[in-house]
Design a binder for this molecule. Structure first.
Ligand code: KG4
Ligand code: ZN
Length: 332
């Protein structure tokens, strides 16, 4: 089954064609970084307007790259939520109209389930059940994954998401938006042990996270060293990143052990972080766990993961009707 996936939950306009939830024929992502960069974060109305400008050409490119004609699309899947309502509405409404015009099935899908399913687009996907850590700009959560569409939330952040913390620290250092890649690049030139920032929640057995205290500690350090922090920004970035990486990697591994899972997955935009990928690889190997991390292009928001989860919704008979609406918040 050829599924056209459409994703517009935040600041990426994306479309992809995926066969049977696993074989990616195309994945086109049009980034809006340049639009939002001057504002230090995503401006919702600008994101919606840009999606409207981009959506048709992105979908056309997804089809031409896949080498297929509209008539060969068997179903359309689009992100229904969570995300920015105005941004979601563009992709979701477009997808409904597209499916209606082609006379094919339509599924509105959960973005977070999409991220978890990104590992099934890789060559050696995990068997069920497995434990997944989803780390993105809007969410940080640990899931016990029983099937493509059934996952139990074991714990999540009580305040900022990990990616949001990266973005906010980058803003404090005047490094612009998005912060994850900038912080990760600066960290390579810094000493992760020079400034010791707090590791929140490491001593507790729970699966919840909290990054606001760490963010405040970085802010306090910058205030207290206002005369010289610019010279130290590589060490600040490296020290902050190390604290986040410590918390995320230890929580993922201890949770997997507690759940007696043999396979673990790391997904979402922050899973593109090299230091985090390396650490989780080492810790998983040391504990005899098999780790699954999607390639970098499948970590951040993309429509291939939406097409993949859409295939499973439709296999379960979960078609959405033309009256369905988007939702901005949800937990799974
Ligand atoms: O999954 P995603 O593309 O969008 C959401 O669903 O939120 O994640 C975006 C987040 C941003 O906060 C961005 O700063 C972060 O992922 N990110 C990174 C890296 N690349 C992107 N964080 C740390 N290191 C990176 N290399
Ligand atoms: Zn996402």
């Amino acid at each position: 089954m050829n599924v056209l996936g459409i994703e517009t939950s935040c600041d990426e306009t994306a479309a992809a064609v995926v066969v049977d939830g696993t074989k990616m024929l195309s994945s086109i992502v049009s980034s809006q970084v340049e639009v939002h960069h001057p504002y230090g974060g995503v401006v919702p109305e600008l994101a919606s307007r840009k999606h409207i400008e981009n959506i048709i050409s992105v979908v056309d490119k997804a089809l031409s790259t896949a080498g297929i004609d509209q008539k060969e699309i068997d179903a359309v899947a689009a992100t229904q939520g969570p995300g920015l309502a105005g941004a979601l509405l563009v992709g979701f409404s477009f997808a409904k109209a597209y499916a209606y015009a082609l006379g094919v099935s339509f599924a509105g899908v959960n973005h977070l389930e999409g991220h978890v399913n990104s590992v099934f687009l890789e060559s050696d996907p995990p068997p069920f059940p497995f434990v997944a850590l989803l780390v993105s700009g809007g969410h940080t959560g640990l899931y016990y994954v029983k099937s493509h569409t059934e996952m139990t939330l074991l714990g999540q952040t009580r305040d900022d998401a990990a990616g949001e913390a990266f973005d906010k620290v980058a803003k404090m250092l005047d490094l612009g938006y998005p912060g994850g890649t900038v912080i990760s690049n600066l960290s390579k030139k810094g000493d992760p042990g020079k400034i010791n920032f707090p590791r929140p929640f490491l001593d507790k057995n729970g699966c919840d996270f909290s990054f606001s205290g760490l963010k405040t500690a970085v802010n306090r350090y910058i205030q207290e060293h206002s005369d010289k922090y610019k010279d130290e920004q590589n060490d600040i970035a490296a020290g902050f990143q190390e604290a986040v990486v410590d918390v995320l990697s230890i929580k993922l591994i201890t949770t997997a052990k507690r759940q007696a899972a043999d396979h673990v997955a790391l997904v979402g935009g922050v899973a593109a972080n090299e230091r985090l990928r390396d650490r989780v690889k080492k810790e998983a190997a040391a504990q005899g766990l098999t780790l699954h991390i999607p390639s970098i292009n499948l970590c951040g928001d993309n429509a291939a993961m939406i097409a993949a989860i859409g295939y499973h919704y439709l296999k379960e008979g979960r078609r959405s009707d033309m009256n369905s609406d988007v939702y901005s918040r949800v937990h799974i």
